[in-house]
Write a protein that binds this ligand. Structure first.
Ligand code: BGP
Length: 473
């Protein structure tokens, strides 16, 4: 690695071929929700019955109109320095009934997107599932159903067959713990179940579905790499007191290692199994489940990093009879003086990205990985518009730079990090937050035919990619 520095201006140069780009997802960008044969996902359905659950009642019907504007968007990706871009295929668009006929219009659309990216020297990374269960599959029980696992694996294999000649980086799931937490534990997303045991079943079935998709990928001999994208939230104890340290360990087991260990090491952490077993919360494990998990480790890991998790030992005992929640085993800890993004309420702590890199280097066999999401959502960005008409989001540039300094340090110390993807390319629809917080390098104007305008960060990102790094000062 070229790592020149001079006395006044530190330079941060990245390895040759380091991926620069961004991440997005089909449901958050495509729009055209009921066009060309697509059928509803849980998001369309939920919005149809409870629109008030979404910020300003804005739903997923049109999102950022990528379905109709992808050619323009790919030009904007070029203008913002992308060498790679991750999005997701919508199962509900490709196989609208969950199983059975493939929607030819969807095949045409995804082929066009992939071909257009390649024609512009942008490598397509494809994810297969970004929180978006087709409603017809949810009606069969969603991830609680074994039938849905088989349907998903069939869908994944269909994607590999259709697009595997050109897509070389595949991901089975984005942040699979989010549907567990949000839909089965914390009452945040449809179907709004609050039941740890059902959540544990959803988690196990998702991991089985993932492993079976990896198995199908290998059987089909697809020329490429396959992995999964996990949101890692390293757990930090309030103090080095044994009870705080134990609390952090438990949080780490539940929120990180529950997925990270099976997909990389092929097995669940033993102390996590103990915690669940003691409380009779273990999901049903069918014959073959553990073998398929063991035999199908990933080739590459995507790491989404936004915030750490800080915890302390539980201060008050939980009244007997309360249904189990992870927070029965630890308390959240608000660290005094922490830096926070007030729009999202998430702590900003850049060096945590380095800790993740060291953890993967030391405890996960220095597995190849990349930063697959990192970013900053800000409300009311119009107030930063300059006279030239674009948003001067210096805070986003600073946010990226400060994280990249730590990525750079991790690389110098031997981490096997292959790239950095910002969340996200263009302002998009963020689930229940809809368009409240804007994350894009490019602004979208929903009141003006989805007009796109590159922000200052987008221009800066191009120079970052072109120089394969940046200089401070
Ligand atoms: C990640 C998701 C993205 C995106 C991002 C921003 O967890 O993978 O889909 O939404 O977070 O979060 P939010 O939209 O909740 O602000």
């Amino acid at each position: 690695m070229d790592n020149k520095t001079n006395r006044t201006s530190p330079e941060y140069r990245f390895p040759q071929g380091f991926w620069w780009g961004s991440a997005a997802s089909g449901p958050q960008t495509e729009g055209a929700a009921d066009q060309d044969g697509r059928k509803p996902s849980i998001w369309d359905y939920w919005y149809s019955i409870e629109p008030n659950c979404f910020h300003n009642d804005v739903g997923p019907e049109n999102t950022s109109n990528f379905y109709h504007m992808f050619k323009e968007d790919i030009q904007l990706m070029k203008e913002t320095g992308h060498t790679s871009f991750r999005t997701s295929i919508q199962w509900s668009r490709l196989i609208p009934d969950g199983v059975g006929d493939v929607n030819e219009k969807a095949v045409t659309f995804y082929n066009q997107v992939i071909d257009e990216l390649l024609a512009n020297d942008i490598e397509p990374f494809m994810n297969l599932y970004h929180f978006d269960m087709p409603m017809c599959m949810q009606e069969k029980g969603g991830w609680e159903s074994r039938e849905v696992i088989e349907a998903y694996v069939n869908y994944a294999a269909t994607c590999f067959r259709l697009f595997g000649d050109r897509v070389k980086h595949w991901f089975t799931f984005n942040e699979p713990i989010v549907p567990v937490e949000a839909s089965y534990l914390y009452d945040l997303h449809y179907p709004n179940v609050v039941d740890f045991k059902r959540g544990a079943t959803v988690a196990h079935h998702t991991i089985v579905a993932h492993a079976k998709a990896v198995e199908a990928f290998k059987k089909l001999n697809v020329d490429g790499k396959i992995g999964i994208i996990l949101n890692l939230t390293p757990s930090y104890p309030r103090s080095q007191d044994a009870a705080d340290v134990k609390a952090a360990h438990i949080a780490d087991l539940i929120f990180n290692r529950s997925f990270l260990d099976p997909v990389t090491k092929g097995e669940y952490p033993k102390d996590l199994i103990e915690i669940l077993k003691d409380r009779e919360l273990l999901p049903i494990v069918e014959p073959g489940d553990l073998a398929v998990i063991r035999d199908n480790p990933i080739d590459i890991l995507g790491v989404n990093y936004y915030q750490p998790r800080r915890v302390k030992a539980k201060e008050q005992s939980v009244p007997a009879g309360n249904p189990f929640m992870p927070e029965h085993l630890f308390d959240p800890y608000i660290m005094p003086g922490r830096k926070i993004n007030p729009h999202r309420g998430w702590e900003i702590c850049e060096e945590v990205i380095y800790d993740i890199m060291m953890d993967i280097r030391d405890n996960y066999g220095n597995l190849p990985f990349f930063i697959s999401e990192n970013g900053m959502g800000v409300e009311g960005e119009e107030k930063f518009r300059n006279e030239a008409g674009f948003i001067e989001d210096d805070y986003r540039i600073e946010f990226i730079q400060e994280h990249l300094k730590w990525v750079h340090k991790g690389l110098q110390e031997g981490a096997n990090c292959l790239g950095y993807h910002l969340w996200t390319f263009i302002d998009n629809w963020s689930w229940t937050n809809a368009y409240k917080n804007r994350y894009g390098l490019v602004e979208v104007d929903l009141q003006n035919n989805y007009k796109r305008t590159i922000k200052k960060s987008g221009r800066w990102y191009k120079t970052l990619a072109e120089n394969n790094g940046f200089t401070v000062g």
